[in-house]
Design a protein around this ligand. Structure first.
Ligand SMILES: Cc1ncc(C[n+]2csc(CCOP(=O)(O)OP(=O)(O)O)c2C)c(N)n1
Ligand SMILES: [Mg+2]
Length: 554
């Protein structure tokens, strides 16, 4: 049967289990999506169209692929705006599918902006559908890239969505996605080192979550009795109430990174960006790097032993090897858990103190402490923003299930938290979904708040309202690094709860610490009937949080 390319793509997306597509118009595939009954979540700008789909892929660990469409081709206004979203997805390695219009044959001289070269800088693969009958081939390739190997965005450009082809000539079958298992000799070498180390440390990255390997990580850590840290993006890969959990950041994490003689990195690229730890004194440590992609081996640090393969298969192989060598007893050296507990206790004391503080304006940690109190941490979703909310939540927020918290941003594009909270609601409608933001993130979100009302997305935006960019300005912590550009109108000048309330959100403005819990409860309660909520917590500026260690000078 002869169909047009846009219809073919829509049908293939359905075959691939794609339940909805986020978009900002126009894209020439959209009308076919509509006709074929694929729901579209229309965001209010192209960057958010990408970000919601990106976040959906992250939150579902790639088990459900987020798909978005936006305007491209000769009139690539949408694409130019969407670039920010794609760059963030590429930076963080998220398997999102972006579909856009391609520049038609013969029109390549019509614009200054070179679509193909721009898209290649932010994608794992950029496909250009130059013949209609190649539709199944390119979609197959796209889903293979999305479901296999190191995750990353795939972009498809469709220059002629109305061109037709015979749908029966190359019938489409959904793509499974494939994994690779590590070389047994590399596994043996890694275990030799691991069992011989005095102070080994497991450094877990987001690859553990994408591989669905959290249980396997726990099993290995317990068997070898080794403490665990996770990266920001892997927060939640290891249960944070586990006796072997050290942290994401903070003095205790610095202590363990410094004292370790062996780092077993799994599912992390080990490339310290803006928001992750490096490895202090790497030449004095044995680095075992388990990764799905050889791209990261011997990248920033000398790799002593690499184990290349899927994180779950790697963890299972390591566990089997340790178990075989030790007759199932594992490595029992020392009282590791008690030491971890003491280190955490000491490092977190200063935060736990302010998490119950009655001071006014409210200390932001009090909001986080109360948020933990109110949420069912096994059945909820929280994410941070760029700024202090990232730094503070990643220091203290207890994450008990994978993706109970989304840490994001090797570089963190302000505003992504709203997209993440929306995606979490789409992925797990029964879970409370909370985005915690400062005023900068909120500014980016404002134009997209209408979407929540239109789509009845019951999420809560928690605003740590402190009148400025807290990490940037002068204050009790010193002169600040951007003293000229950190002040905005704050709670004394603008009542954001009224502004956002006028849109139709349930809103509250809270200045009393004792009111935090009741206000959060009311917000989460209205969320259950599909109404979004915004709570403005009138807070002090308190830029105190755990540091990253082992990075070269900025
Ligand atoms: C798109 C983008 N531009 C610039 C930045 C740099 N940036 C990071 S945090 C921040 C300000 C954060 O202030 P606020 O939202 O008030 O949070 P606070 O730290 O006060 O809690 C800025 C400008 C960024 N992360 N993303
Ligand atoms: Mg602020």
């Amino acid at each position: 049967m002869t169909i047009d390319v846009a219809t073919g793509i829509s049908r293939i997306l359905k075959q691939e289990g794609v339940g909805w597509v986020s978009t900002f118009p126009v894209c020439r595939v959209n009308n076919a999506l509509g006709r074929e009954g694929v729901p579209m979540l229309m965001m209010r700008d192209d960057r958010y169209a990408v970000a919601v789909a990106d976040a959906f892929s992250r939150i579902t660990a790639g088990s459900r692929i987020g798909v978005c469409t936006f305007q491209g081709g000769v009139n690539a206004a949408g694409m130019q705006y969407a670039y920010a979203g794609m760059a963030q997805a590429y930076e963080d390695g998220s398997p999102v599918l972006c579909i856009t219009d391609g520049v038609p044959a013969g029109s390549s001289g019509n614009s200054q902006y070179d679509v193909a070269s721009a898209m290649k800088t932010v994608s794992k693969w950029f496909g250009y559908l130059d013949k209609p009958e190649r539709t199944p081939e390119l979609m197959r390739r796209a889903f293979t890239m999305l479901r296999s190997g190191r995750p990353g965005p795939v972009i498809l450009a469709i220059p002629n969505a109305t061109a037709t082809y015979d749908e029966t000539a190359d019938p489409y079958r959904p793509v499974k996605g494939w994994k690779s298992a590590p070389d047994p000799a590399d596994v043996r070498a890694a275990v030799d080192q691991l069992l011989g180390a005095r102070n080994p440390l497991i450094y877990a990255g987001e690859g553990v979550i994408y591989a669905g390997a959290s249980e396997d990580l726990k099993a290995l850590a317990e068997l070898v009795n080794v403490p665990v840290i996770t990266t920001l993006k892997a927060k939640g890969a290891f249960p944070e109430n586990h006796p072997l959990f050290v942290g994401v950041r903070g003095d205790q994490v610095a202590h363990y990174l410094n004292k370790s003689d062996l780092i077993l990195a799994i599912g992390s690229s080990l490339s310290p960006g803006r928001f992750s730890h490096g490895i202090p004194d790497p030449a004095k440590k044995t680095i075992i790097h388990c990764n799905v992609d050889e791209l990261h081996i011997n990248k920033m640090y000398p790799t002593a032993h690499a184990v290349i393969g899927d994180a779950r298969l790697t963890l299972q192989a390591l566990r089997q090897e340790v178990s075989d060598r030790t007759s199932g007893a594992g490595r029992t050296a020392g009282n590791v858990a008690a030491e971890v507990r003491a280190a955490r206790h000491e490092a977190l004391a200063r935060y736990r103190q302010v998490m119950v503080s009655d001071e006014k304006p409210i200390n932001p940690y009090r909001v986080y402490g109360d948020l933990m109190e109110v949420l069912d941490l096994r059945n909820s979703f929280v994410t941070h923003e760029s700024g202090n909310t990232r730094d503070q939540l990643s220091t203290v927020f207890d994450t008990l299930i994978p993706r109970g918290f989304l840490g994001w941003g090797n570089v963190s594009t302000l505003g992504f938290s709203l997209a993440a909270a929306i995606a979490a609601k789409k992925a797990f409608p029964g879970r409370a979904s909370v985005a915690v933001t400062g005023e900068a993130g909120l500014g980016y979100m404002l134009g997209n708040l209408e979407v929540l009302l239109r789509e009845k997305l019951g999420i809560t935006v928690v605003h740590i309202s402190n009148g400025g960019f807290a990490g940037y300005g002068p204050g009790f912590w010193g002169p600040g690094h951007d003293p000229f550009t950190h002040r905005v109108l704050g709670p004394d000048e603008v009542d954001m709860s009224k502004v956002i309330g006028a849109l139709g959100f349930h809103t509250e403005r809270v200045s009393e610490p004792a009111e935090i819990i009741p206000a959060l409860r009311r917000a989460l309660d209205v969320n259950t009937s599909g109404r979004p909520a915004y709570i403005e917590f009138v807070c002090c500026q308190y830029p105190v949080y755990g540091q990253w260690v082992g990075r070269s000078a900025e």
